[in-house]
Every structure is written in C-alpha cells, then in structure tokens.
Design a protein around this ligand. Structure first.
Ligand code: IPM
Ligand code: MN
Length: 330
C-alpha cells in the first residue's frame, strides 16, 4: 500500500529540494501517493490566503506531510510563520520537533552524533500576550511563555524513549532554570520525575548559554537533548552550523500519539537568492524525507537513504546531480 503524503513545496528552493526528496524515497522502494498543495508566499500574494481551514482539514487525512520551505521577501514577517507553519504545528499537535545532527569531524570538531528534541507547541511560541495602548508613547507589549505539565512531560518522555533506544543512553535537559525560575522549575521537576522511570538512561543538565559553548567546544558530550520551543529553535541553528551546515539540517515535526499526520521539513528557508539556479543542496530535504520513512515504518528505506547521503557526502553539483548521486548510492 502506498503511503499518502501531502506535499507543500512552498517557495524559492522549497519545491526543488522537495521534488528530489520524493524521487529519492521512491527510488528507495517506498510507494508514495502524493498530492501537491500550493501554499506559501506566492499563493498569499496572489490570493491573500495563507492556510484556509478546508485545506487544513484535508491535510489532516494524510499519513504524512512533506514541506520544502515557505517565504518570499515581499511577505511581511510573521504572516507565513504564524499563519502556516505554526498553525500546522499547533492544529496537528506536532508536539515534538526532532532535529538530528550527525557529521564526521570538520574544522569545528571531531564529529557529532546527537539529536535535539524541541518542544513544539508551547513556550513563547504559544502566542500568549498582546499590546496595550499600542502606537502610543505608553504602549506595552507582553509575550508570555506557556508551559503545561502535560506538554512538557510528553516531550520529555519522548526524549527519554529515544535516549533508551540509542547506544549511549544519555539525555540532557537544556533550559535556563537560574533565571526562568517558574518555567525552568516545571521543566526540571518533570525531567527528574520522568528520569526516575528510566534508570538505564543517564542524565545531565545545562543552562542554554553554557550549551552554546559546549556545542562549539565539546559537542561530543551530547546524545539526546530535550529543551523548550525557543531554546530549541536557536540551539538547532547552532547545531546545523557545527555539523555540516544548514544544507544538512533536517527536522521532523512529530505527533507521536499519531492522532494525525506528522510533518517533515528541512530546517533551512526558501533561499530566494538561489531559487531556480539549481544550486540548492537537497540533502536536508532528503534526510527529512528519511525521517518520514522512519515514522511511516519504512525503517529499512530510511537507513538506506541516510547511508546513501553519507556515502555521497563530498559530491558537489546541481540539485538534480546530487539527487541522482544519492539515488545511485541506494
Ligand atoms: C524553524 C523556523 C521556524 C521556527 C520559523 C520559520 C517559524 O525558524 O523551524 O526553526 O521559529 O520554529
Ligand atoms: Mn529556526
């Protein structure tokens, strides 16, 4: 049976890298039944629509969603981020944003192999807050951080399950408990309580600022990291930078409870400056598609795709040439 996948190529290089990712998955022997959705900056500029409710309802019916990148320079910041990406994360309850970082040694380090489990539906992203007396000299803006015990615990449990499945069995909480004494306290207590159910998993705690130093100076210490939404956003860009660049950074927005589809997307943006030139590196999209295969139970294909990406790591060329090299190495 073919897996039903909704494709949102999006803007800029998004459709180019997504097309390669779909080709690679099919070449790995996984049958996909795909439907393309025209969403993103282009659609917004043409029709004023970001994510119509009926489209969201259709997307709910897929086994998975594969997204390229959204954003065009003409669209004001926030419109597509809040209206499309975050709306899907919240509405589809994609509560784990899983971001793997794996690379051989480079000029920064001797090699890394860790994953960040980023909480994906709460924190400062929840949209709590607002303006008072906007556009006056006395205006006030607040932007709260929402942390529910349920939301934190399901994410932390996911991280411990993941750590348990790996050789090193190590899980680090990253937060800022010394300053964010309410949210941090809830996270730390939840982490400690969950840890007591996983006596085979070793634990550590780092403040997020210290974690930035370790990412650069000693990333080998990490196996699985669990952290809140905004810390995870920032830290995973740094993770990309120390492990082969943003052209390799993949992500899975997961609904582990499987009450709906999960969404897979490269971390990079739409890169309008190189769109249409054939110079986009499709690897981040391909690795994201491998994560989709994993989640759909196609673990053999997922492993083959990851191995093929590793084997063709030094291949340079156009988007299509890199895609062909990966397919050739499967
Ligand atoms: C990411 C992106 C998004 C985020 C933006 C585009 C809303 O930076 O996926 O990391 O902040 O989560
Ligand atoms: Mn980000």
């Amino acid at each position: 049976m073919a897996h039903r996948v909704g494709i949102i190529g999006g803007d800029g290089i998004g459709p180019e890298v997504t097309a390669v990712a779909v080709d690679v998955v099919r070449a790995a022997g996984v049958a996909l039944d795909t439907v393309d959705y025209d969403l993103g900056g282009r659609r917004y500029l043409a029709t004023g629509e970001v994510l119509p409710d009926e489209t969201l309802e259709q997307l709910r019916e897929y086994d998975a969603i594969l997204l390229g990148a959204v954003g065009t320079p003409e669209v004001p910041p926030g419109v597509l981020e809040r209206g499309l990406l975050l709306k899907m994360r919240f509405a589809l309850d994609l509560y784990v944003n899983l971001r793997p970082f794996k690379s051989p040694g480079n000029r920064f380090n001797d090699g890394v192999d860790f994953l960040v489990v980023r909480e994906n539906t709460e924190g400062t992203y929840a949209g709590e807050g607002g303006f008072l007396r906007k556009d006056t000299r006395n205006e006030i803006a607040t932007q709260g951080s929402v942390n529910t015990r349920m939301g934190v615990e399901r994410c932390v449990r996911y991280a411990f399950d993941l750590a348990r499945s790996r050789d090193r069995k190590h899980c680090t909480l990253v937060h800022k408990t010394n300053v964010l004494t309410f949210a941090g306290d809830l996270w730390q207590r939840t982490f400690d309580e969950v840890a007591s159910d996983y006596s085979d998993v070793q634990t550590a705690y780092n403040h997020v600022d210290a974690a930035c130093i370790y990412f650069v100076q000693d990333p080998g210490r990490y196996d699985v990291i669990v952290t809140d939404n905004l810390f995870g956003d920032i830290l995973t860009d740094l993770g990309g930078a120390i492990s082969g660049g943003i052209g390799r950074a993949a992500s899975a927005n997961l609904n582990p409870a499987r009450t709906g589809p999960s969404l897979f997307e490269p971390v990079h943006g739409s890169a309008p400056d190189i769109a249409g030139t054939g110079r986009a590196d499709p690897r981040a999209a391909v690795i994201s598609a491998a994560m989709m295969c994993d989640f759909l139970g196609e673990t053999g294909a997922a492993d083959r795709i990851r191995k093929a990406v590793e084997q063709t790591d030094d291949k340079e060329g156009t988007t299509a040439q890199i895609g062909a090299a990966i397919c050739g190495a499967l």
